[in-house]
Write a protein that binds this ligand. Structure first.
Ligand SMILES: [Zn+2]
Ligand SMILES: [Zn+2]
Ligand SMILES: [Zn+2]
Ligand SMILES: [Zn+2]
Ligand SMILES: [Zn+2]
Length: 679
């Protein structure tokens, strides 16, 4: 899809988190509720006996509640190679008691064999990777290796290694084109073609996903030859991985249109529904079916996660037997060409007429994750149960929510708490309930959930939770929460009082930078101060990429004294520049307000001059009047009144101030550059 102006949000982190500004005004009650709302409210009240009560927040009425109990028993899962171990598990799940079923039946991962293949995402945590001895670029995750290679006669050709924590890798085994070559290569035991493909593929830019990119990235784009799908573009990586593995190879060519520098283009194959459509239609060799689906999908608006949408602006859908609403875009992206399609039905807009705005619940990160889990592993029932939990609790939002029940870590960490729906969907369903305890607040307590994506550190916790699920080690999240929940943001070069610092008399490092860049490094043992609280104001010396690189270099060379020397020089430059810049900026603020005052006064006197000058008076006599002119040194002569002279004088003072200020600004800019060079 092509966008002519760079209006898309920046590349989102792995958990699809949206910039905070988008949330700021999102959680107000619907902007207007007309009189028909009573019928809507009635519709949304739980009707089943024994249903979990819906907590009503007076300021933000919760429009979602479960109507009927979960009776869906179908356990369809997609027929991908990744779902082979699902059928037994999901069949068992149906006979287990609700709420407990996933705790015991979910397979657990470990560092050596992760729980699932992360494809198409990359993972950055330390884990075992397998690769063909002669084709080291053929990186296979431990899940795919144990599922598809271990025990076969080619397994002996593989070596393995542990990746480092923080090192990004992705599994190549699930790439459709690699899959095709793998099938033939392993039969012939000739891996040269696979090697050539992976060597070539390593030189191709990665897919930039739904966020897209400008021409600066230098992506090579492809599009359908026939122009059957207006505006449809595919990046080179996806062309290599998907199109070349499909029966539609001849339908695509290099895109003729040139991407202009301010246009953002996003690869349309990064939409999961279009990727599924390509696979499905390619197998049927039905190009028309693919083009009509892709054309329809590209016309749909992007779902705005966590935001109220005008009810009439989109079509709405719901799962059968559950009062849970999702927008058409999410409905299509989630269910098209999937076996889950049959569980959904349109939600007639008449039933939503009571409200001008509505929320798409599938936009919540919790429900996106629950959907992936259901789709890849556990079947539709898993998602349905999570949707029930979501529907029977107040929504997790960026602003405080009133719950009687909050969940905290069993060994309590102050200021960390999660809401019932995040607890149900992200903790209980993965079997980590024993690490939490319930905190009851009769009458309710207003708090913000620590897992809401825009809350400080939530992104870090959610990413760690993902690692926890892959390797089944809850202590990782426990440590992360204990370490980070109460860490203040780095003060950078502003002095702060009463904070914890690490380092020496020559440099100090704040807790945040210590945890991010210093903890565990070899030179840490030489610090004079460790976790020391200072009562005098201190700045942090290790927030810039330059200083962090110098610290890493010092650690590699084991040169603590060299690092101290660099810090002393940097401190000298700091003292010569930052206080002067601050003084200039203060002067400049004073000067600006004086200049404004002088300009206003000058305008006032000029106005008096123009209204009282003889030339502006009406001459009733018919005789010409004697004229005088006024003036002063410095501003010139020829003013009709003394007011004119004063106006000119004040105007000139204002200009002089601006002129002087200009010189100071240039000096501040120069000093800033000097500081930036060593910052
Ligand atoms: Zn894999
Ligand atoms: Zn792509
Ligand atoms: Zn949506
Ligand atoms: Zn929450
Ligand atoms: Zn810092």
């Amino acid at each position: 899809m092509q966008h002519e102006s760079p209006s898309l949000p920046p590349q989102t982190p792995p958990l699809n988190l949206v910039p905070q500004s988008q949330y700021a005004a999102s959680f107000k009650p619907a902007s207007e509720t007309n009189s028909a709302s009573s019928s809507s409210a009635e519709l949304l009240t739980p009707r089943r006996e024994g249903a979990t009560p819906v907590h009503q927040n007076e300021r933000d009425p919760q429009p979602y509640a479960v109507i009927y109990p979960s009776q869906v028993t179908d356990t369809d899962t997609p027929s991908s190679s990744r779902s082979t171990i699902l059928s037994e598990e999901t069949a068992n799940a149906n006979s287990a008691s609700p709420g407990k079923r996933y705790v015991t039946l979910s397979p657990k991962g470990s560092r050596n064999i992760i729980r699932d293949c992360p494809y198409p995402d990359e993972i950055k945590f330390s884990t075992k990777w397998h690769y063909l001895r002669n084709v080291p670029k053929f990186q296979v995750c431990s899940y795919c290796f144990t599922q598809h290679i271990e025990g076969t006669d080619v397994a002996v050709s593989f070596d393995s290694e542990m990746s480092l924590q923080g090192e990004a890798r992705n599994c190549k085994f699930q790439i459709p084109r690699v899959q095709q070559l793998w099938t033939t290569s392993k039969r012939s035991k000739d891996f040269e073609a696979l090697k050539a493909l992976l060597e070539h593929r390593a030189g191709v830019l990665p897919c930039y996903g739904e966020s897209g990119t400008t021409s600066a990235a230098g992506v090579k784009w492809f599009s359908p030859i026939s122009g059957d799908i207006p505006g449809f573009v595919v990046c080179e990586a996806c062309y290599e991985d998907y199109i070349l593995a499909s029966t539609f190879v001849n339908q695509f060519e290099v895109y003729k249109e040139k991407q202009t520098s301010n246009a953002i283009w996003a690869c349309d194959l990064s939409l999961r529904s279009i990727e599924r459509a390509l696979k499905h239609c390619s197998e049927e060799n039905d190009w028309r079916k693919f083009t009509s689906f892709a054309s329809k999908r590209l016309k749909l608006p992007k779902c705005v996660s966590y935001e109220w949408l005008p009810t009439e602006s989109v079509k709405w859908y719901q799962p059968k037997s559950l009062d849970y609403i999702l927008c058409e875009t999410c409905y299509i992206d989630s269910t098209a060409f999937s076996p889950f399609d049959k569980y959904f039905e349109p939600r007639p807009n008449e039933l939503l007429k009571g409200r001008k705005d509505w929320l798409c619940l599938q936009g919540w990160i919790t429900m996106k994750l629950a959907w992936e889990e259901a789709y890849q592993r556990r079947g539709y029932n898993h998602w349905f149960e999570q949707a029930q939990i979501m529907g029977s609790n107040l929504l997790c939002t960026a602003s405080p929510v009133n719950h009687e029940k909050w969940f905290v870590l069993a060994n309590h960490v102050q200021n960390f708490q999660i809401c019932p729906s995040c607890y149900g969907v992200l903790i209980m369903s993965y079997g980590y309930a024993p690490y939490f305890k319930e905190q009851n607040h009769p009458g309710g307590a207003e708090k913000i959930c620590s897992f809401f994506p825009t809350v400080r550190h939530a992104n870090r916790f959610l990413e760690k939770l993902s690692e926890v699920i892959f390797v089944n080690d809850f202590s990782l999240l426990q440590n992360e929460i204990e370490t980070w929940t109460n860490v203040h943001p780095c003060p950078r070069s502003e002095g702060v009082v009463g904070r914890t610092f690490y380092g020496s008399d020559d440099f100090l490092i704040c807790k945040e930078c210590y945890e991010n860049a210093v903890k565990g490094t070899v030179l840490e043992s030489q610090f004079t101060y460790s976790n020391t609280i200072f009562t005098k104001a201190n700045k942090c010396d290790l927030y810039s990429p330059r200083m962090r690189a110098l610290w890493a270099e010092a650690c590699t060379k084991n040169d603590y004294d060299g690092f101290i020397l660099i810090c002393r020089q940097r401190q000298e430059i700091y003292l010569q520049t930052i206080p002067v810049i601050k003084a200039i900026l203060t002067q400049q603020r004073i000067r600006l307000s004086r200049q404004k005052m002088l300009n206003a006064s000058s305008n006032f006197y000029n106005f008096l001059n123009s209204t009282t000058a003889p030339s502006s008076q009406i001459n009733y006599t018919g005789y010409s009047q004697p004229t005088y002119s006024y003036g002063a040194a410095g501003v010139g002569y020829g003013f009709e009144t003394q007011f004119g002279v004063e106006g000119a004088r004040l105007g000139q003072q204002a200009s002089n101030l601006a002129f002087e200020g200009g010189g100071d600004i240039a000096r501040a800019k120069y000093l800033e550059e000097v500081w930036k060079a060593v910052e």
